[in-house]
Write a protein that binds this ligand. Sequence first.
Ligand SMILES: Nc1ncnc2c1ncn2[C@@H]1O[C@H](COP(=O)(O)OP(=O)(O)OP(=O)(O)O)[C@@H](O)[C@H]1O
Length: 270
Amino acid sequence: MIDRPELPPLLELDQISVMRGERLVLDRLNLRIEQGQHIAILGPNGSGKSTLLGLLTREHYPLGGRQIRVLGRDRWSVADLRQVIGIVSPSLHADLAGRETGRGPLSAFDAVASAFFGASGVWQHHVLTAEMRSRTGRALERIGIAHLAARDMATMSTGEARRVLIARALVHEPRALFLDEPCGGLDPGTRRSFLETLRGLARGGTTLIMVTHHIEEILPEIDHVVTIRNGAVTGDDSKARLLDAASLSALFDADVTLDCVDGWYSARFA
Ligand SMILES: Nc1ncnc2c1ncn2[C@@H]1O[C@H](COP(=O)(O)OP(=O)(O)OP(=O)(O)O)[C@@H](O)[C@H]1O
């Protein structure tokens, strides 16, 4: 029998605590996300989901010098991380929407291409190589917005801009995408087509880590759920085991009735 070496986990948090102001918002949180595991991180408002994301972008740091391990490594820079995990958060949209650069208003193409420089726009001193241009074009195509390449970010709908942010994360061809409330602000039709795009990425081999408090956004491809409440993991199990009325009622402090049709869940709150 061939002995295959075990793959290191994509992400490992071991007893991670974070203070914000005077508050302990993550409290000895343990989380292990395996490579290739599509996962939803579910929790009510204020449970610590965005703070968790902020650990990856180095907006927040764990107490006591503890480290978050990425692919088994304690030491990594945000630039290293981008090659492994693309991060899509609504705050980036706000940052890109009002941008002017040396080349005029920020186009979708430049919003995506500037990811190569870790910047929010392409400036005179940035040198865009042919390889970068072609990767930018491919990322826009992959997400179905090649026709928007020249459009000013400030004139885009929320749904269009959200796709630009995903294309921006995809230029690095990361193994995983970490999506913070990916459907916030989208109308029901746009949301459904956006979720279908995400499904396409999942089927194409990109691991999806979706942070949400909307059960109906959990893609059928996601088979693992982590629940967070008061800064700690309260559940970490298969979707089949964790998405039930009793667990969700406890998580959201409400009477939840759950339905599942064709792999899509929906919840009614009493
Ligand atoms: N500067 C701060 N000082 C004190 N507490 C803070 C500060 N910033 C955030 N918090 C608290 O940290 C907790 C976690 O916030 P976080 O934004 O991570 O939650 P969340 O799960 O992402 O919430 P939401 O779903 O509403 O976005 C919240 O209770 C919030 O009130």
